[in-house]
Design a protein around this ligand. Structure first.
Ligand SMILES: Nc1ncnc2c1ncn2[C@@H]1O[C@H](COP(=O)(O)OP(=O)(O)OP(=O)(O)O)[C@@H](O)[C@H]1O
Length: 468
């Protein structure tokens, strides 16, 4: 007889935090906007910070990425205290960010934007090798000026540039900004893919639905503080409870930081609902909608028949035992109830329609001293540069050929013919050289100018004096 021992299944230990914010305070001018933010981001996890407009999410990321000086508290990265380190130093330590508003260089091509990351010591070939399998769309468009791409493609480029150098930690600010729900869903799928490759991701979002779908952990930020931390289930349920009153009558909203926003959720079926319930099976879990300010929901009361963005449980398949992408359960913990039941759902603002390609190029044109400067047609630039090389080679070949023939086969080429052929060769090669210099120089200058601007911007941000 065999005796089988039932050993207790050990709980998977939570990985240590790779990024930690401890009591972070920050201010603009004399106004403090972060009042002691504590947040631990465990290695290899996706942490979503949700919150209303003006809660301080972007400022928190700016502080974490070295772009805004904290006035108090400490930042720890992989066990090292990095408070006050510059964005470039943090990037060298493996922390990169995708800033709000994308920050791509509109006049540079996709490839040139990616190569901007090469000054961190990674070769261009390595960057493309890493980025293009994740973003095949960017490979197709590598010679297109970034400013002529769609908003979603520009956001992809910003993300691609951030992961180009194999970061350990990626900070992502408002991925959904100004984008259609379907595009947002695709971008979050890419975030999940990046996370699956081992990168730790801290993302801030105003729109909760898709962010919670890819997150392992979530936090709510209101009024410059982290007010709730938990699994996506718990946070969604907290928000849900805020909307439904948490199983009882909602308390009278207090004049607190938490009342600065209204967290609005439709009913979310609990994760432990009986699976055999045909209704549970037939009704897909509704999406978790966005945060909105009171004024937002008043200003935009229309019920939506917009295409729904990714469902809350539409994240990556849960193969690693984490909570990413699992359906949300109900729970009354979390955010205090502040929203009157029946408040209409907010609608994610529709993405502005993209102008056709020609209009986008026109939109990028600048008036400089009455001169209209359009972004370069990079494909034509490259073709003309190579034409210059071909002409140079052909011209030199003609000249050298004429010289050789005039000295070896006087039968075929008279001295006069040789002089004519050599002159023609020299003229062709000079024209080729001019073309080459003109078009390679413009590409070279555009690229280095943009790089200079990027480095200067980082230096300016770093040198901004603390506001306290
Ligand atoms: N450059 C700045 N100068 C002065 N005040 C600023 C600046 N940037 C942000 N603030 C203020 O700091 C507070 C927090 O702003 P922040 O952008 O961090 O919030 P957020 O949660 O990211 O909001 P949103 O979701 O709208 O981007 C706001 O009150 C904002 O007005």
């Amino acid at each position: 007889m065999t005796l089988t021992l039932e050993l207790p299944v050990p709980l998977a230990p939570e990985p240590p935090p790779v990024l930690e914010l401890r009591g972070i305070k920050a201010a603009y001018e004399q106004v403090e906007v972060l009042h002691g933010v504590d947040l631990a981001v465990p290695a290899g996890k996706v942490v979503a910070v949700l919150g209303p407009n003006g809660a301080g999410k972007t400022t928190m990321l700016k502080v974490a990425s070295g772009m805004h000086p904290p006035t108090g508290g400490d930042i720890w990265l992989a066990g090292r205290r990095v408070t006050g380190a510059s964005p470039v130093d943090l990037a060298r330590l493996g922390l990169c960010s995708v800033p709000e508003g994308r920050g791509v260089f509109p006049n540079l091509t996709v490839a040139e934007n990616l190569w901007m990351a090469s000054y961190r010591g990674v070769s261009k070939a390595r960057i493309e090798e890493r980025v293009f399998p994740i973003f095949p769309r960017l490979k197709e468009r590598r010679r297109q000026a970034a400013g002529t791409m769609s908003g979603g493609e520009q956001q992809m480029l910003a993300m691609a540039r951030a992961i180009a150098t194999d970061p350990a930690v990626l900070l992502v600010d408002e991925l959904s900004m100004g984008l259609a729900p379907l595009v947002v869903e695709q971008l979050f799928e890419i975030v999940a893919q990046i996370a699956d490759s081992g990168v730790t991701v801290l993302l801030v979002e105003q729109f909760a639905q898709t962010a919670l779908g890819v997150a392992d952990l979530a936090a709510v930020m209101t009024g410059g503080r982290i007010t709730a931390v938990g699994t996506p289930h718990e946070i969604a349920a907290g928000l849900h409870s805020a909307y439904l009153g948490g199983g009882g009558e909602p308390d009278e909203p207090e004049e607190s930081d938490a009342t600065a926003f209204t967290a609005i959720l439709p009913a979310v079926p609990p994760a432990d609902s009986p699976a055999e319930d045909p209704l549970v099976k037939s009704i897909p879990p509704p999406p978790v909608p966005a945060f909105a300010t009171e004024s937002d929901s008043v200003a935009d009361p229309a019920p939506t028949d917009e295409p729904a963005a990714a469902p809350a449980d539409g994240g990556t398949p849960d193969t690693d035992g984490d909570t990413r992408g699992e359906p949300m359960s109900t729970n009354t913990a979390g955010v205090p109830p502040t929203v009157p039941a029946g408040t209409p759902l907010p609608v994610q603002p529709p993405a502005p329609p993209m102008p056709p390609q020609g209009d986008r190029t026109e939109a990028l044109a600048m008036d400089v001293g009455g001169l209209r400067i359009k972004p370069p047609n990079t494909t034509a630039d490259t073709q003309l540069m190579w034409l210059g090389v071909v002409l140079m080679v052909a011209g030199i070949g003609t000249g050298v050929g004429a010289y050789i023939m005039s000295h070896t086969t006087t039968l075929y080429l008279t001295q006069f013919d040789a002089i004519v052929a050599a002159s023609l060769g020299i003229t062709i090669s000079i024209a080729g050289m001019a073309l080459f210099i003109r078009y390679s120089l413009s590409t070279f200058l555009r690229f280095w100018l943009a790089r200079l601007i990027a480095v200067q911007q980082a230096a300016i941000q770093q040198n901004t004096p603390p506001s306290s």
